[in-house]
Design a protein around this ligand. Structure first.
Ligand SMILES: Cc1ncc(C[n+]2csc(CCOP(=O)(O)OP(=O)(O)O)c2C)c(N)n1
Length: 343
């Protein structure tokens, strides 16, 4: 397992990120946690339907995102990569709009090379292979990076996507975020495979395991995979070993299926604390920097939330938009009925 920044914040090798990059990453990680807190609060207030926090997975999400070039590369998220999406060009307000039911304000702006969050487990994987294949055929020099969980790696979509990705040698980085739980299903009941990274062997491409709570290792492994993809060496599967410190989502209670001691142990290797200690020791981060960053982050989050709250509420007919270019007669009828019911 690749490790650069150990849990005690010492290095196994020189840092692959400059101090400025580490500071950018730390700010994004802090923002990720602050976004979790705000959206959970809004859900408890009835202003968000359901929310699945990123808590614990920040290094895996942000270390990998920072290895991508938003002008050239495409990002295909699952559902817990919020600040990776923001790093790739999604305005924070659009992220809030996704959760607050403001469909038009949630749209990904033109020119941002990002697919929407995927709620159907694993469905983004074949799409990402198609996207990467198109980049290869068009010779853009871009790569596609796709995120998915260890639960998704049991789906047929994962195996079909991996097979085609290997055969076509597409420029694809497959980021398997192994957070050890698929809702209440622990990894031991998910698969008998001894190591998820080794699944790549069966499809004829490279697989590697990385400490997913280690920002620097995540960045190094993803840069390597991106460079290989750009130079025609095909896909890489990166198993990012992390831990879902929060609940699966706001409807879940993890106390029902996992021991409290497990969480206490995971907290010892909190990915944010590790970077904070490292950056402080190296002298490019301080408590004052953090206080200023938190204040700025709060202001950005307030502005994003306010922007969404100022949008008109979508009407009943909105559910029929953005899927079909032309509605079938049956959907046209349902649409009229929905409008009649709402008025
Ligand atoms: C196709 C499909 N099957 C089942 C579900 C219900 N479901 C939602 S999240 C989830 C677990 C996903 O686990 P994993 O892929 O490890 O991602 P994580 O939620 O841990 O980030 C399941 C089974 C779904 N959304 N889509």
């Amino acid at each position: 397992m690749l490790e650069v920044l150990r849990a005690d914040a010492t290095l196994t090798a020189p840092s692959p990120m400059s101090p400025a990059q580490v500071v950018e990453a730390l700010r994004l990680m802090l923002m990720s946690r602050a976004v979790d807190e705000r959206l959970i609060k809004l859900q408890r207030m009835g202003r968000v339907g359901v929310y699945g926090p990123v808590h614990g997975q920040e290094a895996a999400v942000i270390g990998s995102a920072m290895a991508l070039d938003p002008r050239r590369d495409w990002m295909v998220p699952a559902s817990r990569e919020h600040l990776a999406m923001v790093r790739h060009g999604l305005p924070l307000a659009n992220l809030f709009a996704t959760y607050m039911g403001s469909f038009d304000a949630a749209a990904i702006p033109n020119g941002v090379q990002l697919l929407p969050r995927q709620q159907s487990i694993g469905a983004q994987l074949p799409q990402a292979v198609g996207l990467a294949w198109a980049l290869k055929l068009r010779k853009t020099g871009g790569v596609a990076a796709v995120y998915f969980g260890e639960g998704a790696s049991s789906e047929g979509d994962f195996h079909e996507a991996s097979n085609l990705a290997g055969v076509m040698r597409v420029p694809l980085v497959m980021l398997l975020i192994n957070n050890r739980y698929a809702i209440s299903t622990p990894l031991s009941k998910q698969t008998a495979a001894p190591e998820l990274a080794r699944r790549a062997d069966g499809y004829g491409f490279r697989g590697c395991a990385v400490d997913g709570n280690d920002l620097l290792a995540m960045y190094a492994a993803t840069i390597d995979a991106v460079n290989r993809a750009r130079s025609g060496e095909g896909p890489t599967l990166i198993e990012c070993r992390t831990y879902r410190m929060g609940f699966h989502n706001t409807s879940d209670n993890p106390k029902e299926y996992r021991e409290e001691t497990e969480l206490a142990e995971a907290e010892q290797s909190d990915p944010i604390e590790r970077v904070r200690r490292y950056a402080t020791r190296e002298g490019f981060w301080s408590a004052a920097d953090e206080a200023a960053a938190i204040e700025e982050i709060r202001a950005q989050i307030d502005a994003g939330q306010k922007h969404v709250e100022a949008q008109p509420r979508p009407g009943a007919a909105a559910i029929f938009e953005h899927v079909y270019d032309t509605l079938s007669p049956r959907l046209q009828q349902q649409r009229s009925e929905a409008i009649d019911d709402a008025t």
